[in-house]
Design a protein around this ligand. Structure first.
Ligand code: SAM
Ligand code: TMP
Ligand code: ZN
Length: 404
């Protein structure tokens, strides 16, 4: 157990017990034993990168039937359209630009690039979602990005002006191979832009459900700066993003190739004063999460005992951690509604809760609904306004357990 960035020693600060693969929804009647691993998090004593202590083999998570669809949220569709528009106006405005996206999923971002007629390539190992991207006119290769993939792309298409990854880089433990791949593929003054959940936001909101098999790294400006430096890159830009419960968009360039934005030093200073990588902060987070678990279980048990009707909303990968860590099954949450076709008719991994389409929510409305997709609260609460109007109450557990 050593750091996947610098081989330094890891100190564990939180343990969520045995967990299933978060997106491995189970077919009812399938009695095969589910794969499980120990979900625990630690911090590197040398480079401060926060990371999982056990790695799930990538083929168990990302394969033909990977169910997650980036296009499932209108807020995220707009977010990616805005990013594409901004890249087209800046980094991709030169002659014959070329952009590569890692983890392009169903092509939600790259379709805007394709529609603008700009050279692009999505690298996406999950075959089903890669096919969806292709059906939108996106050029996609079904593969894991790593050094060898990067070299093949460079040989076939030439250097990239921009390499982009959203909610994907933090999924990849083999970081050395990724950064050598970026080095092989990126034009000398090109940029590597990636956005992922922000450690400081996770700690502040106690959003422990950001911790699951796919989220291997929990980035902060300090750890990303050190990770970049070790591979000959420099952190030259940071931008905080409101999506998915708080993220940061990092921009790396080769050392000395770009001017470094003052926002980097501001974020580094904010991290230092908040003590985001202090063991005391991390242990405080773990203690707060235990309280959240106890309060959520107490609330749901009380509701069951008084005969109230309860449902879940959003069979998120995040919910796997909540359900399995808290020991919540169908006796407390009888079903969860979700728009994703590949999740419907299945059971949540480990916890065995049936997933139904969103139409099941209104038939009739439950009295209480646990909002597992709390990062899409605004969008879902607006869409399901009638639930509140009918007297329903949302149950949230981030940043604390409460009724809305
Ligand atoms: N970028 C999309 C978004 O933000 O909505 C999709 C994010 S999804 C959570 C993570 C994606 O990364 C999956 O589609 C998965 O197949 C892909 N992925 C995992 N490992 C990868 C790798 N080594 N190279 C490229 N994509 C990878
Ligand atoms: P995410 O938090 O990882 O983006 O996952 C969100 C999940 O919630 C995904 O399975 C789709 C589902 N969802 C709905 O069911 N209805 C909605 O309106 C939205 C935005 C998401
Ligand atoms: Zn390290």
């Amino acid at each position: 157990m050593s750091c996947r960035v610098c081989s330094g020693r890891l100190t564990e600060f939180a343990d969520f017990g045995r967990q299933p693969v978060s997106d491995a929804f189970v077919t009812p009647g399938d009695t095969r034993e589910e794969f499980s691993f120990r979900l625990a998090v630690g911090i590197c004593e040398t480079c401060t990168m926060v990371q999982l202590l056990e790695e799930v083999p990538r083929e168990r998570m990302f394969h033909e039937a990977y169910p997650y669809l980036s296009s499932g949220s209108s807020v995220m569709r707009e977010h990616f359209q805005a990013l594409a528009k901004s890249l087209l106006a800046t980094e991709l405005s030169g002659p014959d630009p070329f952009v590569v996206e890692l983890g392009c999923n169903d092509g939600t971002m790259l379709r805007s690039i394709a529609e603008a007629g700009v050279r692009h390539l999505g690298v996406e190992p999950s075959g089903g979602v890669a096919d969806l991207a292709a059906s939108k006119g996106v050029r996609v290769v079904k593969d894991f990005f790593e050094e060898a993939t990067a070299r093949r792309i460079r040989d076939a298409d030439g250097p990239a002006d921009v390499i982009y990854a959203a909610n994907t880089l933090c999924h990849i433990p083999y970081m050395e191979s990724i950064l050598s791949g970026v080095d092989a593929l990126l034009r000398p003054d090109g940029v590597f832009v990636f956005e992922d959940p922000y450690l400081a936001d996770i700690l502040e909101r106690a959003s422990f459900d950001q911790i699951y098999d796919e989220h291997f790294f929990f980035f902060a400006a300090g750890s990303v700066q050190e990770m970049a430096r070790r591979s000959g890159f420099e952190l030259v830009g940071v931008e905080r993003l409101p999506v998915h419960g708080g993220e940061v968009r990092y921009t790396l360039a080769r050392a000395g190739a770009r001017r470094r934005s003052p926002a980097v030093d501001e974020l580094l200073a904010a991290e230092a004063s908040a003590g985001v990588t202090d063991l005391a902060t991390l242990r405080g987070f773990a203690a707060r999460v235990e309280r959240t678990r106890d309060e959520l279980v107490e609330l749901l048990t009380g509701l069951r005992d008084k005969g109230a009707t309860v449902a879940g909303y959003g069979a998120t990968a995040k919910s796997a951690t909540v359900l399995n860590y808290c020991g919540i099954g169908p006796e407390l949450v009888p079903f969860i509604c979700d728009t994703t076709p590949a999740k419907q008719g299945r059971l949540t991994p480990g916890s065995g809760i049936p997933v139904r389409g969103p139409e099941a929510f209104a038939g009739p409305y439950p009295e209480y609904a646990v909002l597992f997709a709390w990062n899409h609260a605004e969008e879902i609460m607006a869409k399901e306004r009638a639930f509140r109007e009918a007297g329903g109450r949302w149950i949230l557990y981030v940043p604390e357990v409460r009724l809305v």
